[in-house]
Design a protein around this ligand. Structure first.
Ligand code: G3P
Ligand code: CA
Length: 267
């Protein structure tokens, strides 16, 4: 038997701070996330990966360039990743809330982010790499429970999870049907955006995340007709943000939540 999917807000346009306010601070840093909160983003977006010592961290790239060459994140310890200096060309002020944090620019674990922000923000978390053990999914759900973030609360749900991998989302839906899920599509999978497929996606997910160039009025209408919301990524230019609003999408992933907020206010 299939379980009902969790609702997303119908009337609200969601500003999802992609890797934090990542235009203004190193992506996925506590500083980037704090700036996103200051800019009143509805969600902070995290990409999650697992280190060699089984820590879940917020990081997009699955490798780092060291002076010994390229190394896979999954072969590095959390300590090694923490030690990567992130000198910055960004000039953002350090907010008061981060004054006690030793290095607000470094790579952080999901535990650190959840401890720092607790219930004060909404999380939109991507399971980046996944394998059949579903260890990352299990651990992430455990952490969300431990921080009192599950079961999901709020008309604007406090937690949304996303993945490019259907198996990952189906597993979570079976375990925690109260969490709204977003099926991501890469550009090369856009031919899969058919009514037939979207109907299937709607059995476990509440929305889709697509490359902005894939968004048309037809796609938005088709998605809505099967009950799926549409969140394009990554929308940073003023004209693009306006275009996405006009096409009727339900929210955007953006590196510039302040700009998106200004455009929405003018609407
Ligand atoms: O999660 C939506 C979007 O962020 C997917 O692309 O590569 O930025 O994680 P990526
Ligand atoms: Ca992402």
């Amino acid at each position: 038997t299939t379980k009902a999917t969790a609702p997303l807000p119908e009337e609200e346009f969601l500003i999802i701070a992609h890797r934090g306010a990542s235009a203004y601070a190193p992506e996925h840093s506590l500083l980037a996330y704090e700036l996103a909160v200051q800019m009143q983003a509805d969600y902070i977006e995290l990409d999650v990966q697992q280190t060699s010592d089984d820590e879940l961290i917020a990081m997009h790239d699955d490798f780092v360039i060291t002076h010994n060459g390229k190394r896979a994140v999954s072969d590095m310890t959390f300590q090694e990743l923490k030690d990567i200096p992130r000198s910055t060309t960004f000039s953002s002020q350090i907010p008061v809330s981060l004054e006690k944090v030793v290095d607000p620019l470094r790579i952080v674990s999901t535990e650190e982010i959840l401890s720092h922000f607790g219930k004060n923000v909404n999380y939109y978390i991507e399971i980046k790499s996944s394998d059949s053990s579903l260890e990352i999914e299990e651990e992430l759900v455990r952490q969300l429970h431990a921080h009192g973030l599950l079961p999901v609360t709020g008309n604007k749900p406090n937690v949304i999870l996303q993945s490019f991998h259907p198996a990952s989302l189906k597993f979570i839906h079976g375990k925690e049907p109260g969490i709204p899920l977003i099926q991501l599509y890469s550009q090369k999978k856009e031919s899969m955006l058919t009514k037939r497929n979207l109907r299937k996606v709607a059995t476990y997910a509440s929305g889709i995340g697509v490359e902005k160039s894939a968004v048309t009025k037809e796609l938005v209408e088709l998605s809505h007709s099967v009950g799926l919301h549409v969140h394009p990524y990554t929308v940073n230019e003023e004209e693009e943000i306006q275009k996405m609003i006009d096409l009727g999408v339900d929210g955007i992933f953006t590196d510039v939540p302040d700009k998106a907020q200004r455009i929405l206010i003018k609407e």
